[in-house]
Design a protein around this ligand. Structure first.
Ligand SMILES: Cc1cc2nc3c(=O)[nH]c(=O)nc-3n(C[C@H](O)[C@H](O)[C@H](O)COP(=O)(O)OP(=O)(O)OC[C@H]3O[C@@H](n4cnc5c(N)ncnc54)[C@H](O)[C@@H]3O)c2cc1C
Ligand code: SF4
Length: 509
């Protein structure tokens, strides 16, 4: 009996469920680079280079660990271009009698795996992905009979389940959440650690050249490629984060500064999502830093909340909501994505910064994604499916299960409030408070009308006025609508006129 174990680009973990307990001599691992995966959205070139190089390095690690690995490169002459096609070819090559695979990370790939028992005349075993704290069944039983699926309550269950930052049944520090202490704006004179730079080795250089040759027109610059591509190097970045950035992670989690893409963030999401870093192991290391007195509680709790709270929660929502979730468009938003999302060429300094660093590094931190690119898309009524595809394409950590609930749900409110209880809509005032972007902008953040007025101000009022019926019941918006009502009719009309002008000229602002 010879078992074929296909391993995908987001399954680069030595402890993967499909490998566990298997006799290495009876198995062949298949790893394949296929057009189907490199082309389902126009991925950033560094994202592609990262995943393909990490796959090639992982294949080598598995060989060293004693596994037989059959690796198919994108450039192999007989490459069929699809994972199913490569499994079919490998079954022939190795006289395979059974297939064993860890479940898919997204609906698209799940549909493919579900078709395998019909495609191949051999037994197919699909195993749960046990790299998550919350199983699908756990999430369903948590969601059952709840009117609202709020992250905060889910997070508390995950704290209890994992025992992270707990004293028996009570949260350490006496409260579950130190979110209010995660909102300091940063100042330019603070010194912040730079993430480690991993110079591309020969394998990565070959991959970069291949990506440039095949996908040269895709978004992104590979010259600044600096991702780790092995577990060993990813763990170095983890150590670097724990020692140097974690202590201030909590304070400056929401801050933004010109030409500082990374601040005190971990830059670990590509490694966590592709499997090089184990999220629970990482959370335990963060907890240990807190217990050793090396980091404050707002940093440790804040970080752990992102992983066992938000990350696990969005995965639960993704599978709970079903494949049709991607079609949601609760605000009927239909405008096309302006071209500057692909070039960064806009006079709005906040957007040119967030998009510019995305092009350079395939990275932007959470508040840039939510409150800069996401906020603009929300206020401008951009088509949420186009917005989703943009996020899926441009970030090195983007896989649909984690990207979709964040972009379509949290950021665009297109799911009508499943992920968030409110729309994350903000005027220039918020951006001015949390960043230094406005001081270098062609537009004036204090103005709402006039040619040089910050576009976000008029767009914000226009958005709120347009969706007043939907949002006015939310107590958090009471002040907003009271302020809108206080304006004279003439002022309201001038603001709406400015917004209309901007919406008709999105490509030129
Ligand atoms: C519109 C939008 C799209 C996003 N798309 C993705 C995506 O495709 N892939 C992705 O991993 N994250 C996504 N996020 C969440 C978050 O922005 C990134 O996880 C984070 O910026 C990654 O950078 P970091 O590793 O430096 O994170 P840090 O700020 O250091 O946070 C630590 C870790 O927490 C996890 N995390 C934090 N916030 C979230 C969240 N909201 N959902 C899930 N995990 C979270 C990540 O694993 C991250 O590495 C998105 C957020 C928004 C608003
Ligand atoms: S003034 Fe407005 S457009 Fe310019 S950086 Fe500030 S918020 Fe962005």
């Amino acid at each position: 009996m010879t078992i074929l174990i296909p391993i995908f680009g987001d399954q680069l973990s030595h402890g993967l469920s499909s490998l566990a307990g298997q006799d290495k001599k009876a198995c062949v691992i298949l790893m394949a680079e296929v057009d189907e995966e490199t082309e389902y959205v126009p991925h950033h070139k560094s994202k592609m280079a990262y995943i393909l190089s990490a796959m090639r390095h992982h294949a080598e690690d598995l060989r060293v660990a004693g596994w037989a690995v059959d690796y198919v490169k994108l450039t192999d002459a007989k490459n069929s271009g699809s994972l199913t096609g490569e499994v079919a070819r490998a079954i022939e090559r190795h006289k395979i009698t059974a297939l064993r695979v860890t479940e898919a990370g997204e609906w698209r790939v799940k549909a493919m795996l579900d078709s395998w028992p019909d495609c191949f005349d051999i037994p197919v075993t699909i195993l749960p992905d046990d790299r998550f704290l919350c199983t699908h069944a756990d999430f369903e039983s948590w969601a059952k009979d709840r009117k609202q699926l709020r992250m905060e309550f889910f997070y508390r269950d995950m704290r209890r389940k994992s025992g992270l930052m707990m004293n028996g049944d009570a949260p350490q520090g006496g409260q579950w959440n130190f979110d209010a202490e995660n909102r300091k704006p940063a100042k330019r004179d603070l010194t912040m650690p730079k993430p480690l730079h991993f110079a591309p080795n020969a394998v990565t250089q070959e991959v970069i050249q291949m990506v440039e040759a095949r996908y040269g027109d895709n978004i992104g610059q590979t010259e600044k490629f600096s991702f780790a591509v092995t577990r060993e190097d990813a763990l170095q970045q983890q150590q670097h984060f724990l020692a140097h950035a974690l202590p201030h992670f909590g304070d400056y989690q929401d801050a933004m500064l010109t030409d500082e893409p990374f601040l005190w963030h971990s830059i670990l999401s590509p490694y966590i999502n592709s499997g090089l870093i184990d999220p629970l192991e990482l959370c335990r290391a963060v907890e240990a830093q807190y217990q050793a007195g090396k980091v404050p509680i707002n940093a440790a709790e804040g970080f752990i909340r992102q992983i066992i709270g938000w990350r696990e929660y969005v995965r639960g929502i993704y599978w709970h909501a079903g494949p049709e979730y991607v079609e949601s468009n609760a605000l009927d938003a239909t405008r096309s994505l302006p071209a500057f999302y692909w070039t960064g060429n806009t006079d709005m300094h906040c957007l040119s910064q967030a998009i510019g660093q995305t092009i350079a590094h395939s990275y932007a931190h959470h508040i840039q994604r939510l409150m800069i690119t996401g906020n603009f898309a929300l206020l401008a009524g951009l088509d949420p499916k186009q917005v989703h595809k943009w996020y899926l394409a441009v970030y090195a950590d983007a896989y649909e299960w984690v990207e979709l609930p964040n972009s379509l749900g949290m950021s665009q409110f297109a799911d009508g409030g499943i992920v968030g209880s409110k729309a994350y809509a903000a005027s220039g005032n918020y951006i001015n408070k949390m960043s230094d972007y406005c001081s270098d902008c062609k537009y004036s953040v204090s103005k709402t009308i006039g040619d040089n007025a910050c576009p976000l101000n008029a767009l914000y009022w226009n958005f709120m006025a347009k969706h007043q019926q939907l949002f006015s019941n939310n107590p958090r918006n009471k002040m907003v609508f009271a302020n809108w009502q206080k304006k004279t009719i003439d002022d309201q009309q001038a603001i709406l006129k400015r917004a209309e002008y901007l919406l008709n000229n999105l490509h030129n602002i």
